[in-house]
Design a protein around this ligand. Structure first.
Ligand code: HMG
Ligand code: MG
Length: 298
């Protein structure tokens, strides 16, 4: 049967805002994190410790981590591409770091300027150093169904990447559809490839909604027992190295579906909608969340 509860990581402050062209002040990012906490999110992906030349919007990483009024019952994660990023991140005491790899060679080159194999070599000491400090490690797997440069990605490529990430000791992995081209059966094949190396409790779904498939893909993942998902409040986002890709599936839309199915998330949907309205107003554009927009109009 379907899971009775789901845990959502809101990745809006990171995945959602990383590609934003206008400057989003650290105070706004911090307030967004606070609104998400108040809405009941228990995992939040706050920022990334990447090169500010590559992703200028995340240059205030340490400042935002410092400013958050942290709660002991909430886990805060940050992206880290290499040891330099880890060393910068660790001062902010993240609960979890996220190393990010790609199932596609071309995307790996464009996103982190190295091959898949080189990325795994870089991650190995980062995972060790994180574990030595009691920090959990998640491995994000990009382009698990399609790549903006290579087109279709085969489940065997996903399996290979999951094996490599398991080999360097990451605790859990995200199956990401970076450009949102996945459809339910393709997503299930990518998840099943991942299950060869990680248990279902260690696998999360990370779906972008470019083609409107992300809610269907979420249901397809639930059918396989997946109960961890990443989404962005207000459907924020897009990846700087995946042109044309829109944001993650909106957290409001996922929560509306789950609550409608009787699946517990611990999230207060009305407060979540308010968080989405706040950040949308700050960005000066309407929310991309269908549920959020409908609820706000009631
Ligand atoms: P590089 O240019 O090959 O790095 O970039 P390098 O090691 O040759 O160093 C070049 C310069 O960058 C040096 O500075 C380093 O110190 C500095 P310089 O001597 O020129 O002054 N540097 C750093 N600075 C700050 N933090 C660091 C860091 N590392 C080196 N960590 C690198 C390689 C990985 C750094 C670069 O490609 C990069 O930052 N990429 C990040 C791209 C990114 O953030 N993409 C978006 C996230 S992935 C994503 O969104 C997908 C996901 O959501 C899942 C999905 O949907 O698919 C996770
Ligand atoms: Mg993403």
């Amino acid at each position: 049967g379907l899971p009775s509860k789901v845990k959502i990581i809101d990745v809006g402050p990171r995945d959602g805002l990383q590609n934003e062209k206008q400057v989003v002040p650290a105070e706004v990012k911090t307030h967004l994190v606070h609104l998400l906490q108040e809405a009941g999110l228990r995992e939040i992906e706050v920022t990334s410790f990447v090169s500010p030349k590559w992703v200028p919007q995340m240059a205030d990483n340490a400042q935002v981590m410092q400013a958050i009024a942290r709660r002991a019952d909430i886990e805060y994660s940050v992206l880290v591409p290499n040891m330099k990023g880890f060393e910068a991140a660790v001062a902010s005491r993240p609960d979890e770091i996220v190393v990010f790899a790609s199932a596609s060679e071309s995307f790996s080159q464009k996103n982190i300027n190295c091959s898949i194999a080189e990325s795994i070599e870089r991650f190995a000491p980062v995972v060790q150093a994180a574990h030595a400090q009691g920090i959990r490690v998640r491995g994000a797997m990009s382009c698990t169904v399609g790549c903006p440069y290579e087109g279709d990605i085969a489940p065997a490529q996903v399996e290979s990447l999951a094996r490599l990430l398991r080999g360097v000791g990451v605790d859990r992995v995200d199956v990401a559809d970076t450009i949102g081209v996945g459809t339910p059966l393709k997503i299930q094949r990518a998840l099943e490839a991942t299950f060869k190396h990680f248990g279902v409790d260690q696998v999360s779904g990370h779906f972008h909604d470019t083609y409107g498939q992300a809610i269907g893909n979420t249901l397809a993942a639930l059918e396989l027992g997946v109960w961890n998902f990443q989404s962005s409040v207000a459907g924020l986002g897009g990846c700087p190295y995946a042109k044309g890709a829109t944001g993650n599936v909106a957290t409001e839309d996922v929560v509306f579906m789950l609550h409608g199915m009787g699946i517990d998330t611990g999230i207060d949907l009305d407060r979540l909608v308010d968080a989405g309205l706040y950040i949308s107003a700050q960005l000066g554009r309407p929310s991309s969340s269908r549920a959020g927009t409908a609820i706000a109009k009631k």
